[in-house]
Design a protein around this ligand. Structure first.
Ligand SMILES: Cc1cc2nc3c(=O)[nH]c(=O)nc-3n(C[C@H](O)[C@H](O)[C@H](O)COP(=O)(O)O)c2cc1C
Length: 271
């Protein structure tokens, strides 16, 4: 296949802050600009999570989700990978981000088997503790995070990192952000390649074994043997995590007619 025919990696970017002049959303704007200007083969789309209701399983009626939730889940399902801009609130991820993660983890878990990167801007540690909590959440929802480079930006230390609208000013931070994006692109390509290779193998020889999107409740409650959670027969060099390889099996309830009207696709505010 000619290089130009290779489809771009589709990155969905999520921000854990709802603040208008959020520094973390500023990181996403900068990432989108860097992607457009200097990285081939990557398309970053910001998806706003502010309209999602607080998670409440009473809102799941007859096996369907509220339209705004359904539209968000479809965005996650269609993505190849994720860029989280995750501020730190009291040493952890913010409520809006956790809320969005939880909605997309409801059955079928639409995060499963995909790659992700995290960036953050915050206090002295630049949001680092929230990042490590997010990585921990990723274990259960089966997200594969890039390990390096890590990106933490101490937003309040001189020289000035952001303007008053939350636009990133710092040149070194932009370089570091680009390195994260390149790492995410490379890691996602490898993971997708493994998925495709696995699908091409005869049944019984899958390099990346499938597992249900969600473990049965009994397994969650009583699992002590981690082989229930980790896939058997995972190819050498793989991450060791079983993952969903065929997203067509992640059948969602039929979307409602007004779903597209409900999802906010507006780009982050420009400063
Ligand atoms: C409720 C709350 C808790 C916070 N806790 C932390 C914290 O534990 N560590 C930290 O570095 N910053 C903390 N901050 C400061 C945020 O990192 C800072 O406000 C940052 O700018 C938020 O990201 P944003 O600019 O994208 O909104 C907290 C802010 C709020 C509102």
């Amino acid at each position: 296949m000619a290089l130009s025919a290779v489809p771009a990696i589709n990155v969905v970017a999520l921000c854990g802050s709802l603040r208008k002049a959020s520094f973390n959303r500023g990181l996403i704007r900068s990432a989108i600009q860097i992607g457009e200007e200097s990285i081939k083969g990557m398309k970053i789309e910001y998806v706003d999570i502010s309209a999602l209701p607080f998670i409440n399983t009473d809102l799941e009626v007859g096996g369907t989700y509220p339209p705004v939730v359904e539209a968000f889940r479809q965005k996650i399902l269609a993505a190849d990978c994720f860029l989280f801009a995750s501020p730190e609130y009291n040493y952890s991820v913010t409520p809006p981000l956790k809320n969005a993660i939880d909605w997309a983890s409801r059955p079928p878990n639409v995060w499963a088997g995909k790659s992700a990167a995290i960036v953050s801007a915050g206090g002295g540690f630049g949001g680092g503790r929230a990042q490590y909590h997010l990585r921990q959440i990723g274990v259960f929802i089966d997200l594969h995070f890039i390990n390096k480079p890590e990106f933490f930006l101490a937003a309040f230390q001189p020289p000035q990192k952001f303007d008053s609208d939350g636009n990133l000013l710092d040149a070194q931070a932009k370089e570091n952000l680009k390195a994260v994006l390149l790492s995410l692109l490379s890691f996602t390509s490898k993971l997708n390649g493994k998925r495709q290779a696995s699908q091409a193998l005869p049944s019984g020889f899958n390099a990346v074994e499938e597992q249900p999107a969600r473990l049965p409740d009994a397994a969650i409650a009583g699992v002590s043997d981690t082989t229930h959670v980790r896939g058997h027969g995972v190819a050498e060099g793989d991450h060791g995590n079983a993952s969903i390889t065929d997203t067509s099996k992640l059948t969602l309830p039929p979307p409602s007619a007004d779903q597209n009207a409900s999802v906010k696709k507006k780009p982050p505010a420009k400063g």
